[in-house]
Design a protein around this ligand. Structure first.
Ligand SMILES: [Zn+2]
Length: 510
């Protein structure tokens, strides 16, 4: 019995070895600010690629730029001829292992090309910090993206590795390249906190070079937020574990603090300051990033479900992935009592003004989304502005049509229950799906006018349903000019009627 079991185990590991991609990185061997990656390949591999783009960034990065000195070996360890076909693609004859060097993206100004948003990049600092967004380190085999992968990481003593994937003796295993690279790893001196909130283990890992902020302080700041999020999501988190990986920086590198979401973690690059200064910022950014566990993790179209790292196709629905996520992050804070209604309206006012001042609101949002990598690159930021206002309008429209019973909060829950992490919807079917799910007459027309159309959002019509209004801050009537928009603000009205207050209550608390 035991022998048979051993045989079975043996054959399993043989199969596994043949059909898997195994990476090894030794963080103690940093040379010229470069790490060496060793790769064991499955049989019959003639090409190795690095991502041109990764999910969530909506920008073309060409991570192959950071790779140098790639060598390929056959099964006898004999060196093979390697041809670099383009920035991201290397070809060779039937190699069984590879070795190459990688520069970090934060500290390599000599490598020209598009600046990489820090939360999507890498930083190697000997014995101090390794920010490992592994898509910037690890290549993959085109056409075999679905084979299992593993990463063996060797870290120096005194540093702790944090990630949403649990490692065993420094080994990270995932069912695919996309799953592994969707779990960044932060390696830094130990400052981590584990929280248990409902059904989820929450890991908070902080790197603060001057020790200005501690993971325990961040945990204290995030606890009420996580509880409000839990309520908003209906009492259960859709994931069993989640990691907040936070790097504080004493000096801004390329001009962009921020964060990037993943299915079960988010990576932050923020200015280093005390919890008093950074607490509200961390709370606001986390509220948004954490909500991505709903969309796109539990609700996405095929473009995202099977991401193409070389020729990514854009979905039409950034208003859903980013806009509605941003709206929900704000609405949840209002519902959970973390911010007041005036504060919520003030934030929406800022979005209204920014969307008019900095972006072209006449481009239909679905069209902008589809073309966000090229033609509409400059318009991307509007997903957090007009995108969130689309969320507000959609929510108010649904609430008004259902006498307060139904809103976007329930809509996302219903759609997530129908699709979930493994099943993708067709981009073209989304409006029909929303119509079937909400059963609200006129919703398709609403989406056609304001999301795939270019009509101005009906804030003026919808805000009064909850006893608020869009009014000019200097008392003038609303005009459509951009400068006029700068004077507009979303405000509560003086004496709302009982029916307005009823719908407002339903909108916030139901
Ligand atoms: Zn986002």
């Amino acid at each position: 019995m035991l022998k048979k079991l051993l045989l079975l185990l043996f054959s399993f590991s043989t199969v596994y070895a043949q059909d898997s991609l195994r990476y090894t990185i030794d963080l103690t061997k940093l040379q010229n600010d470069r790490l060496t990656v060793e790769v064991q390949l499955p049989v019959g591999v003639k090409e190795f690629c690095f991502p041109k783009m990764v999910p969530g960034t909506y920008a073309i990065y060409h991570f192959g730029r950071y790779v140098s000195n790639l060598q390929a070996f056959d099964q006898n360890g004999k060196s093979l001829l390697v041809v670099r076909k383009d920035t991201n693609t290397f070809s060779f004859k039937n190699a069984s292992s590879l070795s190459y060097e990688v520069d970090d993206t934060w500290d390599s100004p000599e490598i020209k090309g598009t600046y990489i948003f820090e939360p999507a990049g890498t930083n190697f600092q000997k014995d101090t910090l390794f920010a490992l967004n592994t898509h910037a380190l690890l290549g993959y085999i085109k056409g075999r993206e679905q084979i299992p992968v593993s990463l063996q990481l060797k870290t120096s003593k005194g540093l702790v590795a944090s990630s949403s994937i649990m490692s065993k003796d420094g080994k990270y295993i995932a069912s695919s390249y996309q799953k592994l690279t969707d779990a960044p790893i932060l390696v830094a001196p130990a400052d981590t906190v584990h929280l248990r909130v409902a059904n989820a283990d929450i890991l908070i890992s902080v790197y603060s070079p001057n020790k200005k902020i501690k993971a325990s302080e961040v945990a204290e700041q995030l606890t009420p937020l996580l509880k409000a999020q839990l309520n908003y999501l209906g009492g259960t988190f859709p994931v069993e574990n989640y990691a907040f990986l936070i790097v504080m920086s004493a000096h801004l590198k390329n001009g962009s603090y921020g964060a990037l979401e993943h299915a079960q973690s988010s990576f932050y690059y923020l200015p280093e300051d005390s919890i008093k200064v950074m607490g509200p910022v961390i709370q606001d950014v986390s509220a948004h990033e954490f909500f991505h566990i709903q969309t796109p993790l539990n609700l996405h179209s095929k473009e995202i479900g099977s991401f193409d790292f070389q020729n990514p196709q854009m979905s039409k629905h950034l208003w859903l992935y980013e806009g509605l996520t941003e709206y929900a992050a704000q609405h949840m804070q209002l519902q959970g009592g973390l911010i007041s209604l005036p504060a919520f309206l003030e934030r929406m006012t800022e979005k209204y003004r920014t969307s008019h001042f900095s972006f072209d609101n006449s481009i239909p949002f679905t069209k902008m989304s589809k073309g966000v990598l090229a033609k509409y690159k400059e318009e991307y930021g509007n997903v957090y502005q007009k995108g969130a206002l689309i969320g507000l309008c959609l929510d108010l429209y649904l609430r008004n049509e259902t006498k307060g019973r139904y809103g976007t909060q329930q809509l996302i829950r219903d759609l997530s229950a129908r699709f979930g992490p493994e099943k993708s919807f067709n981009d073209d079917d989304l409006f029909q799906l929303i119509s079937e799910t909400t059963k609200v007459k006129g919703i398709k027309k609403f989406l056609a006018l304001y999301v795939s159309g270019s009509k101005d959002l009906p804030l003026k019509e919808l805000l009064p349903t909850i006893g608020c209004e869009l009014r000019s801050s200097d008392g003038k009537k609303e005009k459509e000019a951009i400068l006029e928009a700068m004077k507009q603000e979303l405000k509560e009205i003086k004496n709302p009627s009982p029916s307005q207050l009823d719908l407002r209550k339903a909108w916030i608390y139901n």
